[in-house]
Design a binder for this molecule. Structure first.
Ligand code: ADP
Ligand code: ASP
Ligand code: MG
Length: 416
């Protein structure tokens, strides 16, 4: 009798019919003799709609109030799923994040889980009930409600699987697993049978929203194997786990695209030691995550500094930059939203030459201009025009033969 954690995303619980689809799947798992805890997201586009509602009331809603509002989305779906299960003769009990024991660190809209005291969930499943837990939310030590950041229900599920020492952690979504690239962008994308935590973490951080980055981190930290699969069929999906030998045999495993980036340019920055430090310290103190950075040298004792931030952070970024830019004597700032970051990821690129060259060639072949480049041991990212993302993804996918590479890995695995 296994203990199974299942998570169903927004599309999977997007209507009453789909809630019943989930309820039937959960009930079937219970019928097989397993204990089940289910984590769910808000129905369909509820979280987007709640965000829009807040912005129709206030241009800058206080973060605490936004967290109060957004957490209602998951409260609707857990209660409805528990009712549907009950109606199917499968006893169930719904829990908010705080009721489930999710203790968070107190940042209202991007909180971390610092403890998951799952006693009530354990009691429920041991007592023959399905525990239906609201994803994406928790409370700090004072009881203040927090959210885990967009897409955070995945993290609730993996943290719950770790807390319960569950036998499996299944993330059910609207695609069949993790693909070489977003299958909605590139039709030739191929589903991966397995991917290691480090590659998945890079892809997630770089914009592949199929898993929340902190869910992958949590899986890695606690050794939880994450099975990403479809809520609409019974096909096996993708296992996210420790590195497998076969993966290091190829340079690039996947491509991630992030269209939520904004390019910021600080123009005419005095070319003196300490100036960049002051600019980026101001951004750091405002809690802004800066991504790609490049400094271009000018002749007359001035530089231009270009970097990217997430679109959501744009107002905070401009507010933090304006006084600092004036104080360091830079000339002006401008921002541009129609950009995107495209990245290739693979642990196998560490000791290989020519990976960056191949990526740049693929982009050049399509006449796509690269504005900023950044690399780490296992990834290369380029900032490009947003309206060229699809062409770029397809060209890079072809250049590295990603579909074929995955097929070869699967054939090798089948033989061994
Ligand atoms: P859920 O609501 O189930 O959490 P999400 O919308 O958050 O689902 O994540 C699933 C989506 O992630 C897919 O519909 C797909 O468009 C997108 N996606 C981006 N990159 C990938 C990838 N490499 N593999 C699979 N899906 C991806
Ligand atoms: N409902 C939240 C969101 O849309 C959390 C999630 O779906 O994972 O971001
Ligand atoms: Mg998601």
């Amino acid at each position: 009798m296994a203990l199974i954690v299942q998570k169903y995303g927004g599309t999977s619980v997007g209507s009453v019919e789909r809630i019943y689809n989930v309820a039937r799947r959960v009930a079937a798992t219970v019928k097989e003799g397993h204990r089940v805890a289910v984590v769910v997201s808000a129905m369909g586009h509820t979280t987007d709609e709640l965000e829009a509602l807040a912005h129709s009331v206030s241009a800058r809603p206080p973060e605490r109030e936004m967290a109060m509002l957004l957490t209602t989305g998951e409260q609707v779906s857990v209660s409805l799923l528990a009712m549907a299960l009950d109606n199917l003769g499968c006893p169930a009990c719904s829990f908010t994040g705080p009721q489930a024991g999710v203790l968070t660190d107190g940042s209202p809209l991007s909180a971390h889980i610092i403890d998951f005291n799952a006693v009530r969930i354990k009691e429920a499943v041991d007592g023959g009930k399905v525990a239906v837990v609201a994803g994406f939310q928790g409370a700090d030590s004072r009881g203040e409600l927090n959210t885990l950041g967009r897409g955070g229900s995945d993290t609730t599920a993996v943290a719950l699987a770790a807390a319960l020492n569950a036998d499996s952690c299944e993330i059910y979504t609207d695609v069949d697993g993790v693909y070489t690239v977003d299958p909605r962008l590139v039709a030739e994308a191929r589903k991966l049978d397995e991917i290691c935590y480090d590659e998945m973490l890079e892809l997630a951080n770089l914009g592949a929203k199929v898993l929340h980055p902190r869910a992958v981190e949590c899986g890695k930290e606690h050794g939880v194997v994450i099975h990403v699969r479809s809520s609409f069929n019974n096909e096996p999906g993708t296992l996210v786990k420790e590195e497998t030998k076969m993966e290091t045999g190829i340079a690039v495993r996947g491509i991630a695209c992030d269209t939520n980036q904004v390019k910021i340019a600080v123009i005419g920055v005095p070319d003196k030691p300490g100036v960049a430090a002051r600019i980026f310290t101001a951004l750091g103190q405002a809690g802004i995550n800066v991504d790609l950075i490049v400094q271009s040298v000018r002749r007359n004792g001035e530089n231009d500094i270009l970097f990217t931030v997430q679109e959501d952070d744009l107002p905070k970024t401009l507010a933090a930059l304006e006084p600092t830019v004036a104080a360091v004597g830079a000339r002006h700032i401008f921002h541009q939203c129609d950009v995107a970051k495209i990245s290739v990821v693979g642990v196998g690129m560490t000791h290989r030459c020519g990976v960056a060259a191949a990526m740049f060639e693929a982009l050049a072949g399509e006449g796509i201009n690269i504005e900023i480049i950044s690399t780490s041991e296992i990834r290369i990212s380029c900032l490009i025009a947003q309206n060229r993302v699809k062409d770029a993804a397809l060209a890079i996918h072809k250049k590295f033969n990603l579909a074929e590479a995955e097929l070869n890995i699967q054939k090798k695995a089948a033989k061994s």
